[in-house]
Ligand binder design. Structure first.
Ligand code: ATP
Ligand code: MG
Length: 421
């Protein structure tokens, strides 16, 4: 249906409109709007929308679905204006976004878009978003305080892979590994022939006391994280996204809060909510865990697809690994999810060292598939400068090893997705 048709409505009352630069770029949206609303919807360009929303006719609209892609980022001013006019008239706004930068997305959501769905639209996502608008109708007269706003839980429609990283002894290199793994996952190698869309990746720093992901990425620690942790029951997609910080527009990071917090400030249910929220919005969720085992370690382990355990070639790591395995088995927890990563592994040429690695694996009855090189000062320097190795010491063996691991995780994930598609 064209804009003209909306401006002089046909008998079927128009209850909703798509608003976009060119709706033909959003075929799936057209299909879903037809399924949901039959003939009673129309489409508007941004220009049309500005005019139409100032006419009395627009008052019959229940919602508009604003579809934007990366080419629209230069037009944010006008799009923001459309959201504001719609809200003034009590028209609900669903934002459909394809490849829009998180900053632009935050800006649009902050203006009061009621819901957000990524494009291409996941199966049933528009239907669910419309249902959520319906459910929250009763709340439309409430003041616009955060607590009164409808909770938009699984707005992202993704189903991310959860990859926690746990150092089994302090300083084993867990945070360095987590930060660099997240960065490599977010930046897959591109070939000209076969360009790939980078996945959406987030890094959650759950080491609420000494969390150093923010240091290693030079990001500030903010009170908003503490506020979110204290009240996860009222967390919605918007408040979750506001607690994240973007590193180089590619990686979203939940840093540790500014003050040292007791690790039990959060309970299993808080952690479950945060991980669930992250999973719906991101393709990969990397979690930096505290090396202490806490009440919610189990929650993270059960959400995990793979759980990386960082160790070193010393007695301390060996004994801690044994304790960890015993504790998990005693509680009937899935120890098989653990993937052991040996950091500061002996060099390839160090035959004596290699024999020790073999003995360690045998005595613990684990396999050591991932061995990471000791790269000396260059790693600490990269961390101190707040940069992933890829951006500061791209040729360091440690970077190449983590990059290779990220590639194989990405490939495994693609194969698994293809198998279930
Ligand atoms: N493969 C490596 N080669 C050289 N230095 C490394 C390597 N891995 C980690 N480091 C350095 O070791 C120190 C500890 O690393 P990191 O903070 O990643 O460990 P952690 O397990 O997270 O520690 P914590 O127990 O404090 O959380 C850092 O200074 C880091 O730069
Ligand atoms: Mg750490």
């Amino acid at each position: 249906m064209s804009a003209a048709a909306i401006l002089s409505p046909e008998p079927a009352p128009i209850v909703a409109c798509t608003v976009s630069r060119d709706v033909s770029n959003f075929d799936l949206l057209i299909e879903d709007m037809e399924t949901e609303l039959g003939e009673s919807w129309g489409d508007l360009t941004f220009e049309d929308a500005v005019v139409f929303l100032n006419q009395p006719d627009s008052e019959t609209l229940e919602f508009i679905a604003i579809a934007v892609d990366s080419d629209d980022e230069g037009d944010l001013g006008r799009i923001s204006g459309i959201i504001t006019s719609a809200k003034e008239k009590g028209i609900r706004v669903i934002l459909i976004a394809e490849e829009v930068s998180p900053i632009a997305l935050h800006q649009l959501l902050r203006l009061g878009a009621d819901d957000f769905v990524p494009y291409p639209l996941p199966e049933g996502a528009l239907h669910e978003a419309i249902e959520r608008l319906g459910q929250s109708d009763i709340e439309t007269d409430l003041p616009d305080e955060p607590a009164a706003r409808p909770s938009v839980k699984s707005a992202g429609g993704r189903d991310g892979v959860v990859l926690p990283v746990h150092g089994l002894s302090g300083g084993a290199g867990a945070t360095t590994f987590a930060v660099n793994l997240a960065w490599e996952l977010a930046n897959p190698e591109q070939s000209k022939k076969n360009p790939v869309t980078p996945p959406r990746v987030c890094l959650l720093d759950f080491d609420f006391q000494f969390g150093s992901a923010s240091t290693y990425l030079d990001l500030p620690r903010r009170d908003i994280v503490f506020e979110m942790l204290q009240d996860t029951a009222h967390m919605d997609a918007e408040s979750f996204n506001q607690a994240l910080l973007s590193f180089n527009d590619r990686l979203q990071v939940l840093t540790a809060p500014p003050e040292m917090l007791p690790l039990d400030i959060v309970a299993g249910e808080d952690i479950a909510r945060i991980v669930d929220m992250a999973r719906t919005q991101f393709d990969f969720v990397v979690i930096d865990m505290p090396s202490t085992v806490v009440s919610w370690t189990e929650t993270v382990l059960s959400a995990a697809h793979l759980y990386f355990a960082l160790i070193e070639l010393d007695m301390r790591s060996a004994q801690n690994t044994l304790r960890m395995i015993r504790a998990l088995k005693a509680e009937n927890l899935p120890a098989e999810k653990l993937r052991y990563v040996l950091n500061r592994a002996p060099k390839f040429t160090d035959l004596n060292g290699k024999a020790r690695v073999k003995r360690l694996a045998e005595s613990l009855d684990i396999s050591l598939e991932v061995l990471l090189s000791d790269c000396g000062r260059v790693v600490t320097q990269a961390n101190d400068h707040g940069l992933p190795l890829a951006l500061s010491a791209a040729k360091a063996p440690l970077r190449k090893e983590i990059q290779k691991l990220a590639q194989s995780i990405t490939e495994l994930n693609r194969a698994a997705e293809a198998a279930t598609a």
